[in-house]
Design a protein around this ligand. Structure first.
Ligand SMILES: *Cc1c(COP(=O)(O)O)cnc(C)c1O
Length: 377
C-alpha cells in the first residue's frame, strides 16, 4: 500500500495533498475573461456563447449545440425535448452520479434501473433487451410497461468516467421499442465509440463542464442534437421562452433560465483550445498507471473494446469491499485523495421503490471500484 502512495506522489511530483481531479488553466482563460468584462457582455448574450456552441458542435460532430448553466440543466432540458412528461418512466443505470436521476425526477418521471456491463461500467444492452422483452409491449407505437401501464419514454445510459458503453447496441434496442435515447455524456467529452463521439448516437446528448470535469467553465453544460427543431426548442426553453421582440417582454410558455453566461463560455472557449493536450496527458497517465498496476494485485480499469476513452477519472478495481475500504482509508490518510464509485441509485431513499432488474454487475462494481488521482499533469 505504501508503494502505491509513494508511486502516485512521485507521478504527480509532489508531497502535498493530491486531489482526485483539479482543473488546469494554461491558455487564454484570463484573456477571454478580461475581454468579457471590458465588453460588459458578461451574461447570457455574447460572442463566447456563440463561439463555444459552434466549436463544440463541430468537435463532437453534431449539427447543433446549446449551452446551459450546468450539466444537470442540460439533462433536464434533454428529457423535456424527448417529450418526457409527468408519470413517464425512464430507463437508466443504477451506477451513475445523482444528476441523472435528479433530472428524470424534475420531469415528474420515474427511473427504472437496468444493470450495467462489467467491461464498460455502463448500461448493458443485454439487460436492457431482457427487461423490455419481459416487461413491456408496444401499444399505439408507445412502449408500455405492462406492470405499471406507464409509458417508457426514454433511455439514459451514461459513459462512466469517460468509458463509452455499448451505445450502438443500446440505440438499436431503443429504436425497436420506440424509446428515445438521451445520452448522459457528462463525463465523456473526447471519448469515442467506433470512431463516433459519445453523445451523438442518440437523438439528444448532454455534457457537463463542472469544476471536476475534463474541461470546465466553473459550472456549465451543453445539449447536442442533429435535429433542427429540437435545437431551436432547446434554445427557446432555456431562455425563459422569450419571443424575440425589439423592446417588449413576450414569453409563450413556462420555461427556464438555463442559458450559460458569456463569462463561463469565455472560460470554455479557452479550455476547448487545450482539450487535445488534456486528452494526451490523460492517456500518458493511463500508461504510467497501467505499467505500475500490472505488477500489483490492484487492477486498473481500461477503456473497453471498440472505444477510445478520455480517461477522465482513473479507476481501480479492488478484490472486495474490505480491501476497498482499507485502500480508501490509507490513501486518504496519506494525502492521496481517492473515492469510491457512487452508491447505487436504487439504494437511495428517493429511488428505493423504483422498478429494477437484477443488478449484480452494478453491485459487484459498487463494492470494488475506487477513483484515484487523475488530473492533467
Ligand atoms: C457531472 C455529471 C452530471 C452533470 O453535473 P453538473 O454538475 O450539473 O454539471 C450529470 N451526470 C453525470 C454522470 C455527471 O458525472
Amino acid at each position: 500500500m505504501q508503494k502505491i502512495i509513494d508511486f502516485i506522489k512521485q507521478t504527480f511530483n509532489t508531497n502535498e495533498f493530491i486531489p482526485l481531479h483539479e482543473p488546469r488553466f494554461i491558455g487564454n482563460e484570463k484573456k477571454y475573461l478580461n475581454d468579457c468584462i471590458d465588453s460588459t457582455f458578461v451574461s447570457s448574450v455574447g460572442k463566447y456563447v456563440d463561439m463555444f456552441e459552434k466549436e463544440f458542435a463541430s468537435y463532437v460532430g453534431s449539427k447543433y449545440a446549446i449551452a446551459t448553466v450546468n450539466g444537470t440543466a442540460a439533462l433536464h432540458i434533454s428529457l423535456i425535448l424527448a417529450d418526457v412528461k409527468r408519470g413517464d418512466e425512464i430507463i437508466t443505470q443504477p451506477l451513475t452520479f445523482i444528476a441523472t436521476c435528479n433530472a428524470i425526477s424534475y420531469c415528474g418521471a420515474k427511473p427504472i434501473f437496468v444493470d450495467v456491463d462489467l467491461d464498460t461500467l455502463g448500461l448493458s444492452p443485454e439487460s436492457l433487451k431482457n427487461f423490455l422483452e419481459k416487461n413491456c409491449e408496444i401499444v399505439d407505437n408507445k412502449c408500455i410497461n405492462k406492470t405499471t401501464k406507464k409509458t417508457v419514454k426514454a433511455c439514459v445510459p451514461m459513459h462512466a468516467f469517460g468509458h463509452p458503453c455499448k451505445i450502438d447496441e443500446i440505440k438499436e434496442i431503443c429504436d425497436i421499442w420506440n424509446i428515445i435515447l438521451v445520452e448522459d455524456s457528462a463525463e465523456s467529452l473526447g471519448s469515442t465509440y467506433k470512431n463516433k463521439h459519445t453523445g451523438t448516437f442518440g437523438q439528444i446528448g448532454a455534457f457537463s463542464f463542472n469544476g471536476n470535469k475534463i474541461i470546465t467553465s466553473g459550472g456549465g453544460g451543453v445539449i447536442v442534437t442533429n435535429d433542427e427543431y429540437l435545437a431551436k426548442r432547446a434554445k427557446h426553453i432555456t431562455t425563459t421562452a422569450k419571443v424575440p421582440h425589439t423592446f417588449e417582454y413576450v414569453h409563450d410558455e413556462i420555461a427556464y433560465n438555463y442559458r450559460l453566461p458569456n463569462i463561463n463560455a469565455a472560460l470554455l472557449v479557452a479550455q476547448m483550445e487545450n482539450l487535445d493536450k488534456f486528452l494526451k496527458s490523460k492517456r500518458e497517465l493511463t500508461e504510467i498507471y497501467k505499467d505500475f498496476f500490472s505488477k500489483s494485485k490492484v487492477k486498473l480499469v481500461l477503456e473497453p473494446e471498440n472505444s477510445k476513452s478520455n480517461y477522465w477519472l482513473q479507476a481501480v478495481l479492488l478484490d472486495n469491499n474490505k480491501q476497498r475500504d482499507e485502500f480508501l482509508e490509507i490513501t486518504n490518510k496519506n494525502g492521496v485523495m481517492t473515492r469510491p464509485i457512487w452508491k447505487l441509485m436504487n439504494e437511495l431513499e428517493m429511488f428505493k421503490d423504483c422498478q429494477k432488474t437484477d443488478l449484480k454487475n452494478a453491485k459487484y462494481l459498487e463494492e470494488r471500484i475506487v477513483n484515484i488521482p487523475s488530473s492533467v499533469r
